[in-house]
Ligand binder design. Structure first.
Ligand SMILES: Cc1ncc(COP(=O)(O)O)c(C=O)c1O
Length: 394
């Protein structure tokens, strides 16, 4: 039967990683896959995570099933991490999921069951998995302009003009911070406009926040999201512990639903249980048990915050180095965008030909949309990177 299947499309990021692994050059650089790396090129297990794992090893009483909602201590802690200080926290429910990806799919299924004709609006460019996940749930997907490749800034006028057209049958999917792939974030004033447009026009904001703590800081990165949840009756949120807890492979995330009151939110939660049951029955436990223990143990939470801050400082430092070293070398400020962008990634505007030359001639691996993973660079590699960029005319 399976010979009937057509040839699958290659995953551009994973095939790039495979080519990188096979490259024998010692000065090669992988700027493709989206993981944080330290200056030794390693994606470390955070010390707070190791300590929580040690605690679980010694104290976890059982590996019996947990339940459809996953770890309720995690659910409460993650809701608090996102919504502390907002009025909306009291009309929100959370469900632990296998990563933010699992949360995106679960909420997409919920939208489809609630209002099958909904159109989900995603940014152009955007996170590669938004469209396939929404479409797999049977939803219509359209994109809104987001990025101006010439200035490497927000295409504000076109974006707001599109938002002005949205109505009650639309869901607006936004990146809470550290936009993937561009690195260009919304200003607080945009979040204010989105909240009032949503109130007037009736569209529902859906905020995917996968990099909380990687932009301006854990609380600062929530400013826009928290404004929207306090102004708008219904908001969907997906969140990830892959990056800020370094738990990538443990598949740890949550879906948060804010409704007009707790009763409505609880009803939605019961429907979410049905979706979970039909998909995977319950999420994996290990990652959420780690996060729950860290967030409810003051000393560990403090340690985690410090480690998160170290990652943030490193990313910002790399962004500044890219700009200043380029300036020192060329006398031009063409790499200023690196410092203005937020989070792990920046879209560089390199052409396909330049990307291919960087890979073939210099062993520098960049995905086809010209996104580079700044958070995966090493400080000592920046001079080579700049020389190579200049050699291909970037
Ligand atoms: C915008 C965005 N949303 C969601 C995810 C999925 O994260 P997770 O590893 O939690 O599934 C990512 C990961 O790259 C992302 O960039």
């Amino acid at each position: 039967m399976f010979e009937l299947l057509s040839e699958p499309r290659k995953d551009p990021i994973l095939s790039l990683s495979a080519a990188y692994k096979d490259d024998p050059r010692t000065n090669k650089l992988d700027l493709g896959i989206g993981v944080y790396r330290n200056n030794d090129g390693i994606t470390p297990v955070m010390a707070a995570v190791k300590a929580a794992e040690q605690y679980l090893l010694e104290n976890q009483p059982s590996k019996a099933y947990v339940g459809l909602a996953g770890d309720e201590i995690f659910n409460e802690a993650i809701t608090h991490l996102l919504l502390a200080g907002t009025e909306a926290e009291h009309r929100a429910i959370a469900l632990q999921t296998p990563g933010a990806s699992g949360a995106l799919r679960m909420l997409a299924d919920l939208i489809r069951q609630t209002k099958p004709d909904t159109t989900v609006w995603i940014s152009d460019p955007g996170y590669v998995n938004h469209r396939p996940i929404m479409e797999a749930a049977g939803l219509k997907v359209r994109s809104y302009p987001y990025f101006d490749p010439n200035t490497k800034t927000l295409n504000e006028a076109a974006m707001l003009a599109q938002f002005a057209q949205l109505g009650p049958d639309d869901i607006l999917l936004l990146h809470g911070c550290c936009h993937n792939p561009t690195g260009v974030d919304l200003e607080f004033s945009h979040w204010q406009q989105i909240a009032s447009m949503s109130q007037k026009q009736g569209f529902l904001p859906f905020i995917d926040i996968a990099y909380q703590g990687f932009g301006d800081g854990l609380e600062q990165d929530l400013k826009g999201l928290q404004h929207v949840v306090d102004q708008v009756e219904e908001v969907l949120i997906t969140t990830s512990c892959s990056k800020n807890f370094g738990l990538y492979r443990e598949r740890t995330g949550a879906a948060v639903l804010v409704a007009k009151d707790k009763q409505t939110a609880s009803k939605a939660r019961s429907r979410m249980f049905e979706i979970v049951r039909a998909n995977y029955t319950m999420p994996p436990d290990h990652g959420s048990a780690i996060v729950a223990h860290i967030l409810t143990t003051p000393e560990l939470k403090q340690q985690w915050l410090q480690e998160l801050n170290t990652m943030l400082t490193r990313i910002k430092g790399l962004r500044t180095s890219l700009r200043t070293q380029f300036q020192a070398k060329t006398g031009e400020d063409r790499f200023a965008f690196f410092e203005h962008h937020k989070g792990m990634f920046s879209v560089t505007g390199l052409s396909t030909e330049q990307i291919n030359r960087l890979r073939e001639e210099f062993g520098i691996y960049i995905v086809g949309d010209s996104r580079v993973n700044v958070a995966g660079m090493q400080e000592q590699a920046i001079p080579y990177l700049i020389d190579s960029f200049l050699a291909v005319g970037a």
